[in-house]
Every structure is written in structure tokens, then in C-alpha cells.
Write a protein that binds this ligand. Structure first.
Ligand code: ME8
Length: 567
């Protein structure tokens, strides 16, 4: 079934829809930036891309937060939503849509989805008795709690508080005991179908470690899931069960289809759903993998809809060994960091220094190191040297060179930058398609480092002196250098500078998914148009695309060096 996602003409990708109880933090920004980088790459690579993010606005936690503030839940979510919208805009997130689960398009879709699952015989009513974590909006079975208590005893950690109340295995906060007459989803009926799906679609759960985790969970047996709540009303009302609202996770997962038209009466939206679904990839953190890899595909199967193509579960960002979260008080604002490192510097650090998929320790010290080494000293410095030299030695224009002379100089001097650039698209695209940003950008940084070395090797300043001397000699002798049969020093200088500027153009394209602003700026300084335009990244990054004669602007340093002690 995931083959359907591969064949789909559209490239649809999503982030989780975040809870509105918190403000955007480094963790939620991480997933969103990662998805954004892939969305930008897919667009540049010529695919009809659709990138969705949004907010999870229902549930008991939101209802309680609103009550504590003395406002209605709708007023509360309306006051938080702009903070997410603003933060994503400030971080250059290029989402095509932003869904909020309180929107009518979503509510209608959720109701239709419930009806479809019920019509197919997968919903029944029963009494739920068990534990629930409100902050995590998660039910825990007795077995899960027993496993947690046993593991906690071994590690010497508490599994109950001083009053004896059981603690949540995920967040450590006290659990609530719930006894309700609820609707249940026959999740247990999907064990074999899910296992068959994982088997047939080995790329469905990434990375491998998460796939193994999900496989062993599902092999252990699945229990039916309570999918409605009756003790509060801040949720989607279930049409055939008065007094029941959807369990917030079921409501939230359905966003991935309601946002692209599922449940709509409008034929245009219905066509959009047919075109976009199944999506290519859901980006999530490893904390919500069971919801996305077990419950969500089973729900879709129950409703007769194809499961998604892939769920990529990345690791946690850790600060001093701990998961960052609002409740732990160690969450830093992404916008504060972006002020120091620039938006692009911020995005680059998180996507390249943390291997996507694994947990990653992050620190200010390391951010400064990576920023200075890769961006200030390597990429920024290369641009600034190249633009300055163009201004000084070539009257601020991309140098022109006879084709014949260029061929001869390539033979004579070699062209290591063109050689390296040639195989770069394949390496880069392979890594991007595998959602391995570190490898994709390490490949681009190789070209960047090679270009800096090329400047040292080819010494344009010496060539410029030689060119001036040759010109002087020719003038004294009354001959024209245009008639020279062998390449002159001026030719060599043009050749070298062109190669450097052309490799900068190519790198700006490859860097654009992660550093869209600087790439657009570099394109502007090279007298080029839209970095995201063009006919596909492969064609755009072919050597020789930089037009001679373009005016080159020096501009301010792209990434001024930072000193940690001054931060
Ligand atoms: O779970 N490191 O929303 P949420 C990396 N509403 N990523 C992190 C992180 C960290 N320390 N902390 C959070 C929900 N994240 C539900 C989702 S989807 C149908 C419903 C990221 O606001 C990561 O992507 O708690 C994680 O899965 C997500 O934020 C949880 O966001």
C-alpha cells in the first residue's frame, strides 16, 4: 500500500500538530525545520509538494488550561495560535497549509471518519476503567504501568508519588483514574494486518530502531482503544453518540487527511484528497511513534483508507542529557537563538550537527563552534573572498572567457571544483531522500572547503599581478593581448574566479533547503533570479549555469564570526 505513496504525483509531508498548551520551543521547531528542509528540497527538485503543519487544540489539558485562565477554550486556543504562526514565519517555515483542529473543515472530517469506522464495524461501546495522563493525553494499560513500576524499581526511580498516586511512565506526573462509558476502537483486530503492512513496506517506519520497537510492541498483542470521552466537552462531538467527544489523539491524527480535503462535500477538495493522499512522510518525534505507526494506520484501515507512506521518527534534543520540555523548565526559545545565530545559522546547526533520527545533545558552545567553523569561516568567508576579488580584479562582474581558452585551461590547470560539483547532485539527493541531512550537507561542505583551498592553490592575487605586468609589457611593445595564442594571466584569473563563483552558485542551491535566506541573498549578489525557481535541482546545479557579465555585489558578511564569551 505504501507503494501508492511512491506513485503519487504529489509529495505531501507533515509535522505533528502541536499542543497549544505550550509556546513553540526548540523541540517543536526542530521537527518543523526538518520537515521544511525536505519540503523545500522536494519543491526545488520539481515535485508538486504540499507541506502541512498545525495545532492540536482539543482535549482535557486545553480545557483545564483555559479554565485556569478564566477564559473559554476557544478564546484560549485563539490566543496561542498566533504565537505558532509567528514563530514559524520567523523561522522561514514554508508550510502550504496550517490546520487547527477547531476548524469546521476538520470537525466535519472527524465526524465522517467516525461514521466510516462505525459503518465498517470497528466501533463499540463499553466501560473504560483505567489510568489516564492528562498532560500527555494518553491512556495507560495495567500492563504498561506494571512494566514501568518494575523498571523504575530497578533504576531506583519512583513510580508513585508521596500519596501513593501512580505516576505517568512518559512524563512522571500523577495519573488520573478514569471510569467512563466510552466508545472503543477494535484495535486488536488489526494486529495481523499491521504486521503484514510493516513486512510489505519495510520503509514505513524509519529509522530502523523505531521499526523494531514498533514491531515488538505490535507482536506483543494489541488492546482495543477507548476513543471517546464523556466527562468534558472540549472535543469533536461524535454524531452517533450524544454526550461523547472524540479522544483527542484520534481527533488529532485525522488532521492529516482533513487538511487535504477528506470529509469535504466540495468536489475540488475531494479531488485534492485523491491527489495528495497517501502522504509521503509524517515527521514525528520518537515519543509519538505508537500513535503514528500503530493506531493511525489501523484507524485508516478501519475506515478503508490507505495508510501513509512513511513515518520518520527523529530523536530527542537533549540539553545536559535531559529531554528538553516546558515542564522541565529547560526549553529555550528558538527565536532568541535565531537572533544570535541568524535564522539560517540556527536551522543549519540543528539539521546538520544532530544526526537526524538519533538523540542529539545540543549546547550553546557547540552551536558557536559549528556556526564559526562551517558558516563564518567556510561558507561565509568563501563568498566574501570571492565577491571581493571579483570586485577588485574583474570590475565587479562575473568574468568572461572564450570557450576555447576555458577548455585549454581546464586541460592545463584542471578544474577540481567542476569535478567535485559534477557528482554532487546524486550524493546530495540520495541523502536528502533518505532524510539524512548531515550527510547531504557534509557533501556540500566538501565543495565549500575545496573552493577555499582552490583559492589558496590558484592564488588569484598573483594572477592579477601577472596580468597587470603582462598588460604593461604588451602596451610597451605596442601589441594586443587579444591576439595572444596561449592563455594569458588574465585568462587564468578569469578562469579561476569563474570557477569559484560558479561553485558558490551551485552551493547556494544545495544550501537553500536548510538556509533559504542566505541562498536567496547569495543569488541576489550574483545577479541571479529566484534560488527556488528553475527546472529542477539537477538541471540547476549543472556546471556552467552562471552567466558571464553578471554584476557581483560584495555586501555585508553573511555570517559574522561569533565569540561565545560575548553571547
Ligand atoms: O504530541 N526533541 O504534540 P506536542 C525533539 N499534539 N523533538 C521534540 C522535543 C525534543 N526535546 N520535544 C518535542 C503532540 N518535540 C501531539 C501531536 S500529531 C497528530 C499530535 C517535538 O506539542 C517532536 O516532534 O507534545 C514531538 O513528537 C512533538 O514535538 C510533540 O509535540
Amino acid at each position: 500500500m505504501a507503494d501508492a505513496a511512491a506513485e503519487n504525483s504529489s509529495y505531501y509531508l507533515t509535522t505533528p500538530i502541536y499542543y497549544v498548551n505550550g509556546v513553540p520551543h526548540l523541540g517543536t521547531a526542530y521537527t518543523t525545520i526538518a520537515a521544511d528542509a525536505l519540503a523545500r528540497f522536494e519543491r526545488m527538485d520539481g515535485r508538486d509538494t504540499w507541506f502541512l503543519t498545525g495545532l492540536d487544540e482539543h482535549g482535557q489539558k486545553v480545557a483545564q488550561a483555559a479554565e485556569a485562565k478564566g477564559v473559554s477554550p476557544q478564546e484560549w486556543v485563539d490566543s496561542v495560535a498566533p504565537q505558532f504562526l509567528d514563530a514559524w514565519e520567523a523561522l522561514s517555515i514554508s508550510n502550504d497549509d496550517f490546520i487547527r483542529t477547531t476548524e469546521q473543515r476538520h470537525i466535519q472530517g472527524v465526524q465522517r471518519f467516525f461514521e466510516q469506522m462505525r459503518a465498517n464495524g470497528y466501533i463499540y461501546q463499553d466501560t473504560y476503567e483505567g489510568f489516564y495522563c492528562v498532560p500527555e493525553e494518553t491512556f495507560f494499560t495495567d500492563e504498561q504501568l506494571a512494566d514501568f513500576a518494575a523498571a523504575a524499581a530497578v533504576e531506583g526511580c519512583p513510580s508513585t508519588d508521596e500519596s501513593g498516586a501512580k505516576l505517568c511512565p512518559d512524563c512522571g506526573r500523577p495519573l488520573s483514574f478514569v471510569q467512563e462509558d466510552n466508545l472503543f476502537f477494535k484495535l486488536s483486530a488489526f494486529q495481523d494486518r499491521l504486521l503484514a503492512y510493516y513486512e510489505e513496506n519495510p520503509g514505513f517506519i524509519c529509522p530502523e530502531i523505531r521499526r523494531n520497537e514498533v514491531l515488538s510492541f505490535v507482536r506483543g498483542g494489541l488492546k482495543d482503544l477507548s476513543i471517546s470521552r464523556t466527562t468534558f466537552n472540549w472535543g469533536v462531538p461524535i454524531p452517533f453518540a450524544p454526550g461523547h467527544v472524540s479522544y483527542v489523539w484520534v481527533d488529532a491524527l485525522i488532521n492529516y487527511i482533513t487538511a487535504v480535503g477528506y470529509g469535504s462535500d466540495d468536489p475540488v477538495k475531494q479531488a485534492e484528497f485523491a491527489k495528495r493522499w497517501p502522504c509521503q512522510v509524517h515527521f514525528v518525534g520518537k515519543d509519538i511513534i505508537r500513535f503514528h505507526c500503530v493506531i493511525w494506520p489501523a484507524m485508516l484501515m478501519a475506515a478503508g483508507i490507505e495508510p501513509p507512506g512513511k513515518v520518520f521518527a527523529h530523536g530527542f534534543l537533549l540539553t545536559k542529557g535531559e529531554k528538553m520540555s516546558k515542564s522541565k523548565g529547560n526549553a529555550t526559545s528558538p527565536l532568541e537563538l535565531a537572533k544570535i545565530f541568524s535564522v539560517d545559522g540556527y536551522r543549519y546547526y540543528f539539521l546538520t550537527d544532530v544526526q537526524f533520527g538519533a538523540d542529539g545533545s545540543i549546547s550553546l558552545e557547540r552551536m558557536v563552534q559549528v556556526y564559526n567553523a562551517d558558516l563564518a569561516n567556510s561558507w561565509g568567508n568563501l563568498c566574501s573572498r570571492a565577491f571581493n576579488m571579483t570586485s577588485k580584479y574583474c570590475a565587479g562582474r562575473v568574468p568572461e572567457l572564450w570557450e576555447k581558452t576555458a577548455a585549454r585551461l581546464t586541460q592545463e590547470m584542471g578544474n577540481p571544483l567542476a569535478e567535485l560539483a559534477e557528482g554532487l547532485y546524486e550524493r546530495y539527493a540520495r541523502a536528502m531522500n533518505a532524510i539524512d541531512y548531515s550527510s547531504a550537507y557534509a557533501a556540500v561542505m566538501e565543495l565549500c572547503d575545496r573552493a577555499n583551498l582552490y583559492i589558496e592553490e590558484s592564488t588569484p592575487w598573483t594572477l592579477a599581478k601577472q596580468a597587470a605586468a603582462e598588460a604593461e609589457e604588451a602596451a610597451a611593445a605596442g601589441v594586443s593581448l587579444d591576439d595572444a595564442t596561449a592563455p594569458t594571466a588574465a585568462d587564468r584569473l578569469s578562469f579561476v574566479l569563474y570557477n569559484i563563483l560558479e561553485s558558490i552558485r551551485i552551493m547556494a542551491l544545495f544550501f537553500a533547503p536548510v538556509m533559504p535566506n542566505t541562498s536567496a541573498e547569495v543569488f541576489g549578489r550574483l545577479g541571479l533570479g529566484d534560488v527556488f525557481g528553475g527546472d529542477g535541482l539537477q538541471a540547476a546545479t549543472r556546471w556552467g549555469g552562471l552567466p558571464a557579465g553578471n554584476e557581483v555585489i560584495i555586501g555585508e558578511p553573511l555570517f559574522p564570526r561569533l565569540k561565545e564569551e560575548e553571547l
